[in-house]
Design a protein around this ligand. Structure first.
Ligand SMILES: [Zn+2]
Length: 275
């Protein structure tokens, strides 16, 4: 079965703070979602882990091993798989996603992208780390309502930005996570009512020094919420590799792929699109 999928990638959201997000916790308590903790790949940096989440390839294999690797991905991404198999794509995301999967180097003319020949066919890209989460989520919802994509990436940066400025153990960082929870509470019921499968996770966490990149638990432990009818909410907890989330998304979309995946998290094995 082919589902429509929304991936919310909350940049820099450590599991140390994520578990306290009340609306998402309420969905889990009500039996409407499941929550797992994932150990992110290394180094725990943004661009390497964008590539990891969207291609299923760890940084040391992809070559995107630090944030300064500014080039197109040389892997097959979920955006490539989807568009090649007739599914439509959109992203409201940091401009590094445009650089990885659409065009590099970044140019201001790419901010609003509408080109069905590109892997991310509809995009609204930003470059200022303090771009408001409220506006970013509105950008994503605008893309959804206007273009009805099969796969939509929504990628807010405000939690990461607060973490860099104030650190993990700060009211500012925790409150930015709470604000994200509220923003999701505003949109998620509508997405679920329209049958979307929703995956919410983070690339990496944050440490008390206002940075990330290493192996500390608060840097590596990130949340994974799965919300929607396609998920096996009662499956026993097993380790989840961050490199398998791309395959999970591909299975939800009904794509043929050769990525590592997480079939035990799906309710129907015929969702799995392995060749
Ligand atoms: Zn960061």
């Amino acid at each position: 079965m082919k589902h429509k999928v929304i991936l919310v990638l909350v940049d820099g959201l450590s599991a140390k703070v994520a578990h306290g997000m009340g609306y998402l916790a309420a969905l889990v308590e009500a039996g409407m979602a499941r929550y797992d903790v994932v150990q992110c790949a290394l180094p725990s940096l943004s661009r390497p882990l964008y590539e990891c989440l969207l291609t299923g390839v760890a940084p040391v294999q992809s070559g995107v091993v630090h944030n300064g690797v500014s080039r197109l991905s040389n892997q097959t991404s979920l955006f490539h798989l989807a568009t090649a198999q007739g599914r439509s794509t959109a992203a409201a995301a940091y401009h590094w996603f445009s650089e990885l999967y659409n065009r590099s180097p970044w140019q201001l003319a790419h901010r609003h992208t509408h080109d069905s020949t590109l892997p991310i066919s509809h995009g609204i890209f930003y470059w200022d780390d303090s771009y408001p989460d409220s506006h970013l989520l509105a950008d994503g919802e605008s893309l959804r309502l206007t273009y009805d994509p099969d796969f939509l990436l929504i990628h807010p940066m405000g939690v990461d930005d607060a973490g860099h400025r104030f650190g993990l153990d700060s009211p500012q960082y925790r409150n930015q996570a709470r604000r994200m929870d509220g923003l999701l509470a505003n949109l998620l019921p509508g997405w679920l009512a329209e049958g979307y499968q929703v995956v919410i996770t983070a690339d990496h966490g944050m440490n008390s020094d206002g940075s990330h990149g290493g192996t500390l638990d608060e840097e590596r432990s990130v949340p994974l919420w799965l919300v929607g009818s396609a998920f096996n909410l009662s499956a026993a907890v097993q380790p989840i590799a961050q490199t398998a989330i791309c395959g999970l998304l591909a299975d939800l979309l009904g794509l043929v792929h050769d990525k590592p995946a997480l079939p035990w998290l799906l309710t129907r094995r015929d969702d799995v699109g392995h060749p």
